[in-house]
Write a protein that binds this ligand. Structure first.
Ligand code: KG4
Ligand code: ZN
Length: 354
């Protein structure tokens, strides 16, 4: 009996060395091969160019593009990793949150592969994936931390007691931080996605040029709100002539960015103080923002607080992070069954745990 249990455990730990990650929740078609939870053998991300003229993601176009791109992207991930399909021990796929048609492309492809290869798969929460992108780069990290998830669809603060154990702290009441970047960029005719464009432009700007509102900063809660800021930028630019906007563009976007950054940094520091932890993890596309990283550094330099973030390629949507979160859960014995469905509104933790 005893022996059986030990060898079961060893078998368990030896398995899932090589996991294929698949991400199709929005407008990136991505596949990655991850060995032993942290050894990233390949990471292929194909960003769908079809949405650019629309200033945002068109769901129907996204699912169609995933259909065309996913198999070639998986093939490329295997090729770059020098791994064959038969060497895979498991598959991790994004189950939600995201666009239902896009999620279904990843999920049904995963089910077909898992059945034909006779290997297990797991549906992963996209937000947990973003958190795990930090563990990919800092494999030994296992401390209690505050995590700020800042993406195109989410702005949420969590306490992480242990890997995979979350407590909800706060979220945006309206627009997500990334959404605010995208909407302001669209308003100024800068293109999509707006975050990286504003990030680059703002480097030559004066962040104190216009004082835009910092919503909910005086408020006790750890919630956020960015729609008032977006309206304030709109009101400001509407009062200017085209030439004035062009001339001061870097200053305007830099001032907008500073307002977003100030609130994100301040609320995260409050959460850290409140919980008495010393670590902050940043996750999601906006975590790649240079001004944000700089501000965090400035504000924590004289405190015993460490801020962690993934490299930019792992901040925005990718399948490496899905493979990482999936490997962790597969190793713990978790599995999805073939009747698992896409979960477009999936939360990181159940509402009742909030
Ligand atoms: O995590 P992500 O790739 O996708 C979602 O899960 O939504 O995040 C995309 C969002 C977009 O809104 C994009 O404009 C924003 O992240 N973003 C940035 C930067 N890079 C991407 N925002 C600010 N600065 C950046 N450098
Ligand atoms: Zn994301």
């Amino acid at each position: 009996m005893g022996r059986g249990t030990t060898s079961d455990l060893q078998h368990h730990q030896l398995k899932f060395m090589i996991v294929l990650g698949i991400e199709t929740s929005c407008d990136e078609t991505a596949a990655a091969i991850l060995k032993d939870e942290t050894d990233l053998l390949s990471n292929i991300v194909s960003s769908q160019a079809v949405h650019s003229p629309y200033g945002g993601v068109v769901p129907e176009l996204a699912s169609r593009a995933h259909m065309q791109l996913l198999l070639p992207v998986i093939e490329e991930a295997l090729k770059r990793a020098d791994v064959t399909l038969s060497e895979l021990d498991g598959i991790a796929v994004t189950r939600g949150p995201g666009l239902v048609g896009s999620l279904l492309v990843g999920l049904s492809t995963t089910k077909a592969l898992a059945v034909s290869l006779e290997i297990p798969f797991i549906g992963v929460n996209h937000l947990e994936g973003h958190i795990f992108s930090n563990y990919l780069e800092h494999p030994t990290f296992n401390d209690p931390a505050v995590c700020l998830i800042i993406s195109g669809g989410h702005t949420e603060l969590y306490s992480i007691r242990d890997k995979g154990e979350y407590t909800f702290l706060g979220r945006t009441r309206d627009d997500a931080a990334g959404e605010a970047f995208d909407k302001v960029a669209k308003m100024l005719g800068l293109g999509y996605p707006g975050g990286p464009i504003i990030d680059a432009l703002a480097q030559d700007g004066d962040p104190t040029y216009v004082h835009f509102p910092r919503a909910l900063l005086t408020h006790d809660s750890l919630d956020f709100s960015f729609s008032g800021l977006k309206t304030a930028v709109l009101t400001y630019v509407e009062a200017l002539h085209e030439g004035e906007i062009r001339e001061n563009l870097a200053h305007i976007v830099s001032s907008f960015q500073a307002a977003v950054v100030d609130v994100l940094v301040e609320k995260s520091l409050r959460a850290v103080e409140h919980l008495g932890v010393r670590r902050i993890l940043l996750a999601g596309g906006v975590a790649g923002n240079k001004a944000l990283r700089k501000k965090f550094k400035e504000k924590t330099s004289n405190k015993d607080i460490e801020v962690f973030y993934p490299s930019p390629i792992l901040c925005t949507d990718n399948a490496a992070m899905i493979a990482a979160a999936g490997s962790f859960r597969l190793k713990r014995g978790e599995r999805s069954s073939l009747d698992v469905n896409a979960a477009p509104g999936m939360r990181l933790i159940a509402e009742s745990q909030k």
